[in-house]
Design a protein around this ligand. Structure first.
Ligand SMILES: Nc1ncnc2c1ncn2[C@@H]1O[C@H](COP(=O)(O)OP(=O)(O)OP(=O)(O)O)[C@@H](O)[C@H]1O
Ligand SMILES: [Mg+2]
Length: 148
């Protein structure tokens, strides 16, 4: 398990971090996001979409649980905030072809193979991103992002 801590100093910074990851993402990748309300999970997801070449506007899917977008790969944006015990059949997306991001990931059971990011609000503009992952492919990218 590798752990990284990144600091974002602005909304744009968080979008840029997501974009960098989206550029390198491959089919089957899963990003599990947690952290306080308004900590930046959706803005990170917007960046991820941008890096995947999604042209559509990505908004918080809070009222729909899942939104599907198309870029160079399918992009599945899940918001598990309101997810209860019911099985809503999201597995076929998560295990399918494409890149998945889940906000409020602690509310779901997810495959082990994933990138976990916990967002923490430090002050009005600063966010800490705590990353842990067993995905070797992402090690170099997070090292680069940590060094910035
Ligand atoms: N460094 C930063 N990174 C991300 N967002 C920031 C940052 N600084 C300020 N913000 C602001 O914080 C808010 C983050 O909102 P966002 O919807 O991305 O959070 P969220 O974690 O998805 O919230 P929710 O739990 O409601 O889904 C936005 O208004 C954004 O402009
Ligand atoms: Mg959100």
């Amino acid at each position: 398990m590798s752990q990284y801590q990144l600091l974002s100093h602005s909304t744009e910074d968080t979008v840029d971090i997501g974009e960098r990851l989206g550029q390198s993402a491959a089919s089957g990748d899963l990003f599990a996001l947690d952290g306080d309300l308004g900590a930046g999970k959706t803005h990170f997801s917007k960046g991820l979409a941008k890096g995947l070449g999604v042209k559509e506007m990505v908004n918080s899917p809070t009222f729909t649980i899942l939104k599907v977008y198309n870029g160079r790969l399918h992009f599945y944006h899940i918001d598990a905030y309101r997810l209860g015990e019911e099985d809503v059949g999201l597995d076929e997306y998560i295990e399918g072809d494409g890149v998945t991001v889940v906000e409020w990931a602690n509310n779901m059971e997810l495959p082990e193979q994933r990138v976990n990011i916990t967002f923490k609000r430090i002050d009005e503009h600063v966010r800490a991103l705590y990353v842990d992952t067993k995905e070797r492919r992402y090690e170099q990218i997070f090292k680069e992002l940590t060094a910035q």
